[in-house]
Design a protein around this ligand. Structure first.
Ligand SMILES: [Mg+2]
Length: 338
């Protein structure tokens, strides 16, 4: 069958029903934004060069065998005390508005949601970032995001950042893929480790897309791809440096790579439309298989009850036989023997 026919049939089938879900998960820095989010306003506000800041932070991590993210979180608090500027949640949110975004990011979510809705698919968007949650929540794309998973601070009673509440890096990023799939979204919910059958999941793994740019994304890319989902690598469209995506692709981490341009004419938009079409077709098949399974179950149940009635009839009272007959009659036509 032609691809277009398959897609049209999937659209006709899925639209108007309870919509199956897909999830698109995004790294933030250098995936949706061209630089680390701390570099636009926060680090310059301390009067320090961004390269000096990151060098100090990385050195602190190396010398103390620290997680790199815990190191920059510590450095921010250190600088804020040194400069007499309190780090408040509201301040982080406020500077989120200054974070630059790659071309097309601001229209991407509406465009993708509309394309998917026309095919009977609901899209949820998630951020999984090592950056700062509050800055992302202050950014212009926050209204489109179901949930932001990122590093964050614990705040004192008077609202000043004083301790890390969450730190997100490499393999810890994968925890959130499981949370999204199982629907246990709260960071503290230990049920994320429970086994869950696929038909009750929040989102099937094969309906998950992960978009990232670098080594910190490798565990998520690998996990999503291994579970039948889609991993996408992006590179800066200005520098056009594809070294990382070439490496990720040749190492088998990616299904696709493209420049970080999210406008309607971009390669990543085209690819995502293909992914949505494929998910719509798969959802149609899953739904039809479920229907066939239900019919087959009914047939089995009816045959079993008829066998009971036939073989044990003489041991049953008139009332018991009537009950079994009634049960058989209540299995609808689908369960009738061929
Ligand atoms: Mg990144």
């Amino acid at each position: 069958m032609e691809k277009d026919t398959v897609i049209q049939e999937a659209i006709d089938f899925n639209v108007g029903k309870k919509m199956p879900k897909m999830a698109i998960c995004y790294d933030f820095d250098r995936t949706l934004s061209p630089d680390d989010m701390q570099t636009f306003t926060l680090i310059p506000s301390f009067g320090v060069d961004k390269n000096v800041f990151w060098h100090e932070s990385d050195t602190l991590a190396e010398e103390n065998l620290m997680d790199n993210n815990l190191a920059w979180m510590y450095e921010l608090i250190k600088y804020s005390k040194f400069k007499g500027k309190s780090l408040r949640r509201e301040y982080f949110k406020q500077i989120g508005a200054d974070v630059q975004l790659y071309p097309g990011v601001e229209t991407w979510f509406d465009n993708i949601n509309a394309y998917a809705r026309e095919r009977g698919i609901e899209v949820e968007h998630y951020i999984i970032s090592s950056g700062l949650k509050e800055i992302i929540e202050g950014s212009r794309i926050a209204p489109y995001i179901t949930r932001v998973y990122a590093s964050s601070y614990l705040y004192s009673a008077d609202g000043i950042a004083e301790w890390p509440a969450q730190v997100v890096n490499y393999t810890t990023k994968t925890q959130f893929i499981f949370r999204i799939a199982k629907g246990y979204l709260e960071e503290y919910d230990a049920r994320v480790n429970d086994s869950m059958p696929h038909d009750v999941r929040n989102v099937d793994y094969e309906n998950i897309v992960y978009i990232g740019d670098s080594a910190t994304d490798i565990p998520c890319m690998t996990l999503v791809k291994q579970k039948g989902g889609y991993s996408i690598g992006v590179y800066d469209p200005v520098s056009n440096n594809k070294k990382k995506v070439y490496q990720l692709f040749s190492d088998g981490r990616l299904n696709f790579y493209a420049p970080a341009n999210y406008s309607e004419e971009s390669p990543i938009f085209d690819y995502m439309k293909n992914v949505i079409d494929e998910i719509a077709a798969k959802e149609k098949q899953k739904s039809e298989q479920k229907k066939l399974g239900t019919t087959a179950e009914k047939f089995k149940k009816r045959a079993t009850l008829e066998k009971i009635l036939e073989s044990a009839s003489e041991n049953l009272s008139e009332e018991e036989r009537a009950i079994v007959r009634n049960m058989i009659d209540h299995i609808d036509d689908c369960g009738k023997k061929d």
